[in-house]
Design a protein around this ligand. Sequence first.
Ligand code: UDX
Length: 459
Amino acid sequence: MKIAIIGTGYVGLTTAVVLAYLNHNVAAVDKDQSKLGLLHQGKSPIHEPGIQNLLEDVQHTIRFTPSVADVVPDAELILIAVGTPPKKNGEADTRHVEQAAREVAQVCLPGKHYTLVIKSTVPIGTNQRVTEVVETVFSARGIQGNISVASNPEFLQEGLALQGAFYPDRIVVGANSEEAIDTLRRLYKPILEQTFDPPSTLPRPSAYHLPPMMTTDPNSAEMIKYAANTFLALKISFINEIAGLCEKVGADVTEVARGIGLDARIGNRFLQAGLGWGGSCYPKDTSALLGVAALSGYEMPITEAARTINLRQRECIVEKLRSALKTLKGKTIGILGLAFKPNTDDVREAPSLDIIGELLAEGVIVRAHDPIAIENARRALNGKDTSANALLHFTEDIDELAYDADALVLVTEWELYHKLQLPKLAKQMKTPILIDGRNIYSPQDARNAGFHYIGIGRA
Ligand code: UDX
């Protein structure tokens, strides 16, 4: 199938390479010349495990261009995967989605049927709005257009993007047109039936079941995306709320999570207490959902509370450090991990940024380590108070991070941090205090290594 994809961010690029791998004929559009420059050289502009190899494998079925007019007339299906950044009031800004739809409608051939698919995360009602935008352009052009607009929300998890695209739990399609549903069913046939040969680095999980393609109305499809993300954010915030109480009453939240997770109705995933959620989705989508609710005059106290608890998790690190070190000013603290989660260099809404910001404001000397996100963190933290920034040092050397430090804070649970030689680190430090913001270490092992160990929600 001939496909045009507008936008080559995480969602657009992952979708493009996966569909190209499934032998669709893919053309991806992006106006960002620096991204296009890399893509033309066969290089991925995003850091995502496996994507570079796959991009090299699909060079013959994929191309990249800055021009919508180049690729849309010929395409059968057009996917919009542009950003929907938050506006000042928290609502999602759909300007880029509407602009993409307008550009598409301007170059569609009269009479030819197209399926226009919205993959970006958008407020409820956007499908209808995009349909109106397209019709306005057609009538201005004086032509009889023939576009079916479908919503196909994306559930991509950074660091696991390809895994999720080849082996999804489900595919959700919201459309009023049978033709659009049929086109999407053909598009995803190899995934729905798992008839493709898995890439060598992405074997099919042994217990994997064929995914259903759920079809529904566009508003419900748009709501499914927000509700799914908000539910996962709630689940994490709930266990973090329990973690706070565990600390007060002398229980261990990791045991509590194990115990409740064994109840099949609850399930054991997304119950890791710690520094809470960051990234480009949960913060933005919970806020956008509240924006949608506000426009309808509807209160959502559970969603509000999930956001409040999430911020409290970040603040509690400074409190834990203060209670362990008494004074913070002039102390040296090492931060292990800057990315919002492992296997990505993405630092958007990362807990590390808030924690570092607060420590710098307290006059702490901060050393920060991450295997791949240092450059992004440096950019994100620039612009903050520059006198405070004189106290901030990035290092790629964990020994340097620990040497003579007053405390270490584990913020991101990178695999390499699981394997640290704790006794060696503890010996290098001035005071061996370890705040384990993701509960990855056994408290006993850390104590045996010589650390004063402080986890989240662990007695
Ligand atoms: C999420 C959704 O998983 C995905 O379906 C959606 O399309 C986009 O948003 P992502 O933001 O990439 O994906 O990461 P995810 O793995 O869901 O983790 C989000 C945050 O929650 C991370 O900061 C992670 O550290 C945190 N988290 C996750 C916890 O604190 N505890 C957990 O148990 C799980």
